[in-house]
Design a protein around this ligand. Structure first.
Ligand code: TXA
Ligand code: MG
Length: 328
């Protein structure tokens, strides 16, 4: 779909989009976190294609997207505290891992696990699509495996054009990093991947609902989480706490920093991430786009990224930055 869509229900191609999902085709869709590569979650054929199109290892399970609670019939059990959190945060940027009933979903959705991750997205086009298609849609991020998640239509095109049936062109993803993943298979719950919905937001609704010792972000509770994440083409060094002093760099180095730090940088390639060092949300929204832009700049051989103060609010952002800089 080449034209920007903001109301899918009156879109002329909606019938062929709907038919495509019902005949096991893949379509990339906008969501408020990142674009997703969607497939009928009941169809082994469709879900199999997701792994092929992305080049995704087959033991890394997918997130199932729904638009209303009665679609959750494939969940075996929903803890009352999880229900309470769903009531508050859905539709939104959080996925819940729930025990799954056998033989309901295509087996590749869960990669053989006895649990499934589920999210009800808030994005208007995604919701309309889910309602019209009437199927739960399995959708990982719509990037090639190993590339940054796509936050813009162009990113999806870059990675998947020609490999899938279509891409629905919505707005840039508002949040820009992937959903919080909450493991609700045992109580208290565990945050398996930090996102824009934070620990204290969850605890405020259900005090005591999280284990004290949560996972190191993305450690293997899902087999797929063991895989190397996106790393830029050039090695990236994180400056913990942010660039505070003048820095002179060479023409092969890119600096990613808030606009407010630009005056400290002499030489090289400057890539603004956000306006100021406290503009975390803006930074999260731009991170993957900036990393993709730098990958395209062949003059760059080395990247320096100005880090953000580590607080609960910056946890998800710094988690993605830590992965991209691989601890350097
Ligand atoms: O914001 C998002 O979550 C986006 C949009 C499209 O919804 N999706 C997304 O999907 O980021 P993906 O596949 O890139 O990440 C899903 C994560 C993976 O780390 C996967 O291992 C984990 O969720 N996951 C899925 N099912 C799981 C399960 N049953 N148990 C544990 N982890 C699971
Ligand atoms: Mg992904």
């Amino acid at each position: 779909v080449r034209n920007y869509v903001d109301d899918l229900s009156t879109y002329p191609q909606i019938d062929s989009i709907n038919a495509a999902f019902h005949s096991d085709e893949l379509i990339a869709i906008p969501t408020e976190t990142v674009y997703g590569l969607a497939a009928n979650a009941f169809s082994p054929e469709a879900v199999g294609k997701v792994y092929t199109a992305k080049g995704r290892p087959s033991d890394n399970p997918l997130i199932v997207h729904i638009h209303q609670m009665d679609q959750l019939e494939f969940a075996d059990y929903i803890h009352p505290a999880a229900r309470q959190l769903m009531d508050v945060f859905w539709p939104g940027a959080i996925s819940f891992i729930l025990p799954v009933k056998p033989d309901r979903l295509a087996p590749q959705v869960t990669a053989g696990l006895s649990s499934v991750a589920v999210r009800m997205p808030e994005d208007k086009v995604a919701r309309q699509l889910l309602r019209i298609v009437g199927l739960p849609l399995a959708a990982p991020s719509a990037n090639l495996s190993g590339r940054p998640s796509p936050t813009q239509f162009q990113h999806v095109q870059e990675d998947l054009e020609g490999r899938i049936f279509g891409i629905i062109q919505g707005p840039d993803s508002e949040i820009g990093i992937e959903s919080t993943v909450l493991d609700c298979t045992s109580y208290p719950f565990k945050i398996a991947r930090p996102g824009s919905i934070t620990e204290s937001m969850l605890l405020q609704i259900v005090p005591g609902c999280l284990t004290e010792a949560h996972y190191e972000p993305d450690t293997p509770i899902a087999p797929g989480m063991k895989y190397r994440h996106y790393a830029p083409n050039s090695p990236m060094t994180l400056i913990e706490g942010g660039i505070q002093e003048p820095l002179t760099i060479d023409s092969q180095t890119a600096v990613i920093a808030p606009e407010s730090s630009r005056h400290l940088i002499e030489g090289g390639h400057f890539y603004p991430l956000c306006a100021t060092e406290t503009a975390y949300k803006e930074a999260a929204g731009n991170l993957y786009d900036v990393l993709r832009m730098i990958d395209h700049n062949h003059a760059v051989k080395r990247i320096i990224l100005s880090g953000f103060t580590r607080t609960e609010e910056t946890r998800a952002l710094m988690n993605r930055i830590d992965k991209a800089s691989a601890g350097e």
